[in-house]
Design a protein. Structure first.
Lengths: 120, 106
C-alpha cells in the first residue's frame, strides 16, 4: 500500500524558513517523479514543485522560484521542501504526491498534508 | 505558464442525472490532462489521466474526453458520493490546475 506522510509544518513568522519532509513507502520511490502541491484555506490546488527520479529535472511555480528548494533522498525514501523567505500567501496545506507513472507524471497518490501558517 | 480554466464554477445537478464539467487550456496540452475529485477534509483523488483513461478503481460512470485545449469530464448518473469539487490539471508543460468546479446537489 502506497503511503506518503508529510511533516514539518507549523506556525512561522514572515521572512523565516521551514523545511517540509515526506516519508514514502509501499512503492519503489526512486522510480517516480515526486511533487509538492499546496492548498490555501478554502482555495483550490496550487502546484509548487516537482523533481524527477534522479533529481536531474526540477521545476517550480513562479510564485516560489528562488525561495523554495525541492530535494529527495532515494536512500531514505524521502522528499523535502526547503522554504525560505516565507510570506503570508504561502499559508496552506502542503501535500506530497507521487507521479502516476513514467508516461503520465500527474500525481496519483497523495499524503494527507502538513499545514504551514505564516503569520506574525 | 499554461492557464487552465474550468466551467462552470458551480454545477447543481440532481442525483441520477448526468453532469458535464469543462476545462480549457490556454495552449495545447495534447492529452496530458488529468481530473481529480476532492471532498472536504480529504486529499484529492485521481479520476482520469491521459484525458480519457480512468485511474485504478474509478467507476465507469466517470469518463473523460478531449485533446488539445478543450476537455470534458462526464459523470453519467450521479451518486450521492459524487458531490464534491473537481479539478483539471495539465502536465504537458510542468503542471497547472484549474480553479475547480463544485458539484452540488440540486
Amino acid at each position: 500500500e502506497v503511503q506518503l506522510v508529510e511533516s514539518g509544518g507549523g506556525l512561522v513568522q514572515p521572512g523565516r524558513s521551514l523545511r517540509l519532509s515526506c516519508a514514502a513507502s509501499g512503492f519503489t520511490f526512486d522510480d517516480y517523479v515526486m511533487h509538492w502541491v499546496r492548498q490555501a484555506p478554502g482555495k483550490g490546488l496550487d502546484w509548487v514543485s516537482s523533481i524527477s527520479w534522479n533529481s536531474g529535472s526540477i521545476g517550480y511555480a513562479d510564485s516560489v522560484k528562488g525561495r523554495f528548494t525541492i530535494s529527495r533522498d532515494n536512500a531514505k525514501n524521502s522528499l523535502y521542501l526547503q522554504m525560505n523567505s516565507l510570506r503570508s500567501e504561502d499559508t496552506a496545506l502542503y501535500y506530497c504526491a507521487k507521479a502516476h507513472s513514467l508516461y503520465s507524471s500527474c500525481p496519483d497518490y497523495w499524503g494527507q498534508g502538513t499545514l504551514v501558517t505564516v503569520s506574525s | 505558464e499554461i492557464v487552465m480554466t474550468q466551467s462552470p464554477a458551480t454545477l447543481s445537478v440532481s442525483p441520477g442525472e448526468r453532469a458535464t464539467l469543462s476545462c480549457r487550456a490556454s495552449q495545447s496540452v495534447s492529452s496530458n490532462l488529468a481530473w481529480y475529485q476532492q471532498k472536504p477534509g480529504q486529499a484529492p483523488r485521481l479520476l482520469i489521466y491521459g484525458a480519457s483513461t480512468r485511474a485504478t478503481g474509478i467507476p465507469a460512470r466517470f469518463s473523460g474526453s478531449g485533446s488539445g485545449t478543450e476537455f470534458t469530464l462526464t459523470i453519467s448518473s450521479l451518486q450521492s458520493e459524487d458531490f464534491a469539487v473537481y479539478y483539471c490539471q495539465q502536465y504537458n508543460k510542468w503542471y497547472t490546475f484549474g480553479q475547480g468546479t463544485k458539484l452540488e446537489i440540486k
